[in-house]
Ligand binder design. Sequence first.
Ligand SMILES: Cc1ncc(COP(=O)(O)O)c(C=O)c1O
Length: 414
Amino acid sequence: MKNLKKQDSQVYKAAMGELKRQQEGMELIASENYVSEAVLEALGSVFTNKYSEGYPGHRYYGGQKYTDTVEQLAIDRAKKLFGAEHVNVQPHSGAPANIIVYYALLKPGDTVVGMDLSHGGHLTHGHPVTLPANIYNFVRYKTKADGLIDYKELEKMVKTYRPKLILAGFSAYTRQLDYEKFQAIGKKYKAVTMFDIAHIAGLIAGKALPNPVPYFDIVTTTTHKTLRGPRGGMIMCKEKYAKLIDKATFPGFQGGPHENNVAAKAVAFGEALQPSFKTYAKQIIKNAKVLEIELKKHGFKLMFGGTDNHMVLVDVFGSKGVTGKEAEVALDKVGITLNKNMIPDDPRGPMDPSGIRVGVPAVTTRGMKEKEIRMIAKWINDTIENHKNEKKLKEIHKEVIALCKQFPIYENLK
Ligand SMILES: Cc1ncc(COP(=O)(O)O)c(C=O)c1O
């Protein structure tokens, strides 16, 4: 970043601070990851200068030879990764991708059935504070006490409310979904089915989890998180919805696509097609399983009984009498970054809930395996149990930095 360093010391200094924070910190936010330097280069490429409203071969402005090339590459690679009939790589992020689908398929007032936020769903799946919840009528399903989705209850809701759209997908749910059940309910009640795979897209691309794309009419995702691409969104759908989705994306909801971002998506999808990505995805699942086992050994209660994916949701308040916020703050002091999180039917509020969410995609990218995950689980326990003991927290912080240094990232960036 030599030009940035010379021209704008304030931004350069902040970027260097963030780099150091990422290098020395243990990143356990389930939705974060480290992209490759090739993805960073594509993001910072001259494609950022180009307006390219429309789609490859059908643009509104001239000079599209190379934007068409990268966008088509991103589309073709995504199709290969997920076996999708149609792909739109232009959504700026995950929330816009979901809103675009609603706009494409629904009229104001139409009903959607989606997963409840405190049971693992996402804000854009109908939380009252969001724009879509003010336009459409969202009804939300929950998990049972054993942590599984109650498909009988889901069907009852669908039968009662007759939604146009049935939504699957989550930000803090750790179990595998029964794709066929969603498909069957959608078919029986003539509702469109949609799965927001933002959190698990990389696990699906790496064949560590089954592919839902054949079962759902629409599949949305972010391209960051486990998929390890740039921040961005993507919509995959059956050919029959292709025109509606493309029109709703542009000109319906967005203007010009961010082609630097699309180029970086193409690079990330190229990486995800490599055999090494399968090894990565498999290791994520192994690491999360070890985290589950170790945290249980340390006396933590895990929501949904454990995990089938890349994260665990821990009831720290119920397990150790420490709130999610207190745990987040103490862990931050030792260089472990994660987020407080609501647990199903949380007796506490969203600003200081009972839980924390812990994810392993980023540490797995660094090369950490079972042995390091055991150390991380111990540090999480020791930190929470000693959250008021500043001396102990300082000791743990030193150990965390030492381990991070053994697994370096972005060594060539400066
Ligand atoms: C399931 C799910 N969908 C959508 C989003 C929104 O993505 P973005 O933050 O890129 O808008 C998230 C983000 O955490 C998510 O977890």
